[in-house]
Design a protein around this ligand. Structure first.
Ligand code: SF4
Length: 277
């Protein structure tokens, strides 16, 4: 097991600066219950995963823990510039069957080797109703919860979920506090922009107790779907931010943050491993 497949980077993150990634997904298997059209991991998801799926690729808790210890120790020794230690990677981190055990270990080793580095997680919000997962997530310093659609139709087209209902995501987000909400705004054949103006969605959004909302563009080389091959304009992100600002009585720049970059399409960005931010 190569440590670099599990502890990777640091990579440059728009939200977190130099982000040292922790990847809980085997290289050969995209473990996610979404198949987002804009996902950079080219392997199709199958949705349901068993412990055997991970063991088959030696992605066992023992191997992951060893890699985390080795990786953090190594970066500490080399004094690598790191701003955050981030669970992201090539799939949905919370679907890792031993997620809680890994969080315990990561926090112990972080204290030992990189004690001043905060931790973060990017999740697609599908497992937030599971108590053990939720408790582990809230032991981290920051958590970013994905919500890429304002209605079921846009959800199905954008995220292509496998066995997950849109309503479940909404209920998960309504039941929690102290998180940062992430909305990827897509373009191409299936833009999700209009769905965020839905009145029922707005009612729910007003009740959600997030601390900050990120609106961001998708503009990196894609491996899965040419249908998301157009970048959303900065103007559209600004319009949406203004609309939310009025509706939610929140400030743009502090509570609502726009992440839009000039095109990265021709930049030399490694496709793998992935950081979902
Ligand atoms: S972008 Fe994230 S949530 Fe979407 S399919 Fe890829 S790994 Fe899963």
């Amino acid at each position: 097991m190569e440590t670099e497949k599990i502890v990777y980077g640091p990579v440059k993150s728009r939200r977190l600066g130099q982000s040292l990634g922790i990847n809980l997904t085997p290289s050969e298997l995209k473990t996610c219950n979404f198949s987002c059209g804009y996902c950079r991991v080219g392997v199709p998801s199958k949705g349901n995963f068993e412990t055997e799926d991970f063991e088959k690729y030696e992605w066992t808790p023992g191997n992951i823990k060893r890699a985390i210890t080795t990786g953090l120790e190594d970066h500490a020794r080399r004094e690598t510039p790191v701003d955050y230690i981030t669970l992201a990677g090539n799939g949905e981190p919370t679907l890792y069957p031993w997620f809680g055990e890994i969080i315990d270990h990561l926090l112990e080793e972080r204290k030992k080797y990189l004690p001043d580095k905060p931790t973060a997680l990017f999740t697609n919000s599908t497992t937030l109703d599971q108590r053990a997962i939720k408790e582990s997530i809230y032991r981290l310093d920051r958590r970013f919860f994905k919500l890429d659609a304002g209605d079921e139709r846009a959800f199905r087209r954008t995220n292509m979920p496998i066995g997950v209902d849109y309503e479940k995501i909404i209920q998960n987000l309504l039941s929690l506090t102290n998180y940062e909400l992430s909305m990827a705004i897509t373009n191409g054949d299936f833009p999700n922009y209009e769905s965020f103006f839905d009145s029922r969605f707005l009612e729910n959004l007003k009740k959600m107790q997030f601390t900050r909302l990120f609106l961001y563009d998708i503009d990196i080389p894609r491996t899965t779907s040419p249908r998301f091959n157009k970048k959303v304009s900065k103007e559209k992100l600004e319009n949406l931010a203004e609309f939310f600002s009025e509706q939610l009585d929140k400030n743009i720049g502090e509570d609502i943050v726009i992440l839009w970059e000039p095109t990265l399409r021709n930049a030399n960005i490694p496709l793998y491993p992935l950081q979902l931010n």
